[in-house]
Write a protein that binds this ligand. Structure first.
Ligand code: G3H
Ligand code: 13P
Ligand code: ZN
Length: 307
């Protein structure tokens, strides 16, 4: 199929209360892994490239691989820009054929975040491109401020309502206590779940959970067994996905778990096969491990069979 409209994919996910996984991709193996698993699970998925992924792979290579993969399957596959920093980033991706873009002006003042997002919404209208924005601040909550002040960094439901009304965005990334990478929580892994409910009640649109990797013990154990150093790594517990989806999250972003799985499997491969040097062999081992993570997330997010 040609790349799918994320606006339509969200309509179904919102009505039927499930979340579509966003799998971040940088290379052929991750793209193939995601599309093969989506077809196997009959699940809709979102492939995402950050600006650094685009710089690494090249936008033309990236789109050619994604289009080739999507053309061979029957499930909806959307292509999304992750954390676009400028309107120029968004335009570049819309011009290249992405079906969704994120404009992340969350570090700007509230009014600048609205006006920047609005600009991207305007430029995306003609092509029916989905626009995701972000409100609040992800990450470093425990590091930067004392616990009493951490609420100031989370998404405010009243502001979210105004933001969505004024900007016209289709999806909103919310800050509810998660952060990017493998070190999300110093102490207890906790998300501000009530906030998700309140934001959903006020905005009704698709809500997005960033920094959502699980950083599971099995992944860590394997990577560490074969030489990785990841002291204190911790992620989102599986139970939290179910609760977050029930409260209105419709897209969950996963990058770190895929990176950890790929790395752990390749380390294992080289340890077990010290004389091998064919990239098709060790990359295939990495790809298989990434596919295990993807299958698991599709099941946890409730989107198997929804494609
Ligand atoms: O949100 C960040 C994503 O994990 C992408 O990371 O900029 O290293 O590609 P990256
Ligand atoms: P993780 O680092 O938790 O995988 O989050 C990825 C993400 O939010 C990409 O936008
Ligand atoms: Zn993110």
């Amino acid at each position: 199929m040609p790349l799918a409209s994320l606006i339509e994919m969200y309509e179904k996910a919102n009505a039927e209360k499930y979340a579509i996984p966003q799998f971040n991709v940088n290379n052929l193996e991750f793209i193939q892994a995601a599309i093969e698993v989506a077809e196997e699970k009959k699940a809709p998925i979102i492939l995402a490239a950050s600006t650094s992924a685009i710089k690494y792979a090249g936008i033309e290579y990236m789109m050619a691989m994604v289009r080739a993969g999507a053309a061979g399957v029957s499930v909806p596959i959307a292509m999304h820009l992750d954390h676009g920093a400028t309107t120029a980033d968004a335009k570049m991706c819309i011009d290249a054929g992405f079906t969704s873009v994120m404009i992340d002006a969350s570090k700007e003042d509230f009014s600048v975040n609205i006006s920047t997002t609005k600009e991207v919404v305007e430029m995306s209208k003609a092509g029916g491109i989905c626009v995701e924005a972000e409100l609040g601040r992800l990450g470093g909550i425990e590091d930067e401020v004392v616990v009493d002040e951490k609420d100031a960094f989370l998404t405010d439901p009243g502001q979210a309502e105004e933001f969505v009304r004024e900007s016209g965005c289709h999806a909103l990334a919310v800050a509810v206590g998660t952060s990017h990478g493998a070190y999300k929580f110093k102490h207890k892994a906790e998300l501000a779940m009530d906030r998700i409910t309140e934001i959903k009640d006020r905005t009704k649109i698709a809500l997005v959970l960033h920094g959502a990797s699980g950083v599971g013990q099995e992944l860590l154990d394997k990577a560490i067994k074969y030489g990785a150093e990841l002291p204190g790594a911790k992620g989102v517990p599986d139970e939290a996905y179910h609760d977050a989806v029930a409260r209105g999250i419709n897209k969950i972003n996963i990058d770190t778990d895929l990176r950890l799985a790929f790395m752990g499997a390749i380390r294992e491969y080289f340890t077990e096969n010290p004389s091998q040097f064919d990239p098709r062999k060790y990359l295939a081992a990495g790809k298989q491990a990434v596919m295990v993570q993807m299958r698991n997330k599709i099941d946890l997010f409730g989107c198997a069979g929804k494609g």
